[in-house]
Design a protein around this ligand. Structure first.
Ligand SMILES: [Cu+2]
Ligand SMILES: [Zn+2]
Length: 196
């Protein structure tokens, strides 16, 4: 009797120990993902959106644009292939519709504040004016910039809109769109879950 009780007690302790181990294991996991997000100057849970760009008819430009919300703007990173060497207008357009063969369904530049077209560093510009992406001799273009005019949240969020890459260079002055030529690639900006 006494021995049985001790065995029961031991069993209970083992179960309790296993339960504790399970709890601390889960707690540990939450801690590793918690502090980097919450401890870093109160930056909220990262918001990330992605546009997968596909070529418009007669073109071969494709790639990925990743948008991540940071405290001072949206970090834009793009990697494209199939471009002609040189500069190519690169914008957020106002409609998330890439269905037209020439990309025209994406509408004009995203311009929620009714500003003139300009370059990315201008104080007054379309929110969608990201400037140019430059392709090397192999036709590969890379873009990496934090943009203070864009947002992934709030009334002027770019989620659900589109990214357009043009065949020519954006001159930053011609209205309404920088005379950047035909639309060679288009992709809709889709929100991605930031949690694993
Ligand atoms: Cu454009
Ligand atoms: Zn513009």
């Amino acid at each position: 009797m006494n021995r049985n009780l001790r065995l029961l007690a031991r069993g209970g302790l083992l179960v309790a120990a296993a339960g504790l181990a399970g709890c601390s294991g889960t707690g540990g996991k939450q801690e590793t993902s918690g502090p980097p997000a919450g401890g870093d100057e109160a930056i909220p849970t990262p918001i990330i959106a992605v546009a997968e760009l596909s070529p418009t008819q007669g073109n071969d430009v494709r790639g990925t644009v990743i948008f991540s919300q940071e405290s001072d703007g949206v970090h834009v990173v793009a990697n494209l292939t199939g471009l002609t060497p040189g500069e190519h207008g690169f914008h957020v357009h106002e409609k998330g519709d890439c269905s037209a063969p020439d990309g025209s369904s994406a509408g004009g530049h995203f311009n929620p504040t009714n500003m003139p077209h300009a370059g990315p560093d201008a104080a007054q510009r379309h929110a969608g004016d990201l400037g140019n992406i430059t392709a090397d001799a192999k036709g590969e273009g890379h873009y990496d910039r934090v943009d203070s005019h864009l947002s992934l949240e709030g009334d002027h969020a770019i989620v659900g809109l589109s990214v357009i890459v043009h065949g020519g260079k954006d001159d930053f002055t011609s209205q309404p769109s920088g005379n950047a030529g035909p639309r060679v690639a288009c992709g809709v900006i889709e929100l991605k879950s930031a949690t694993p």
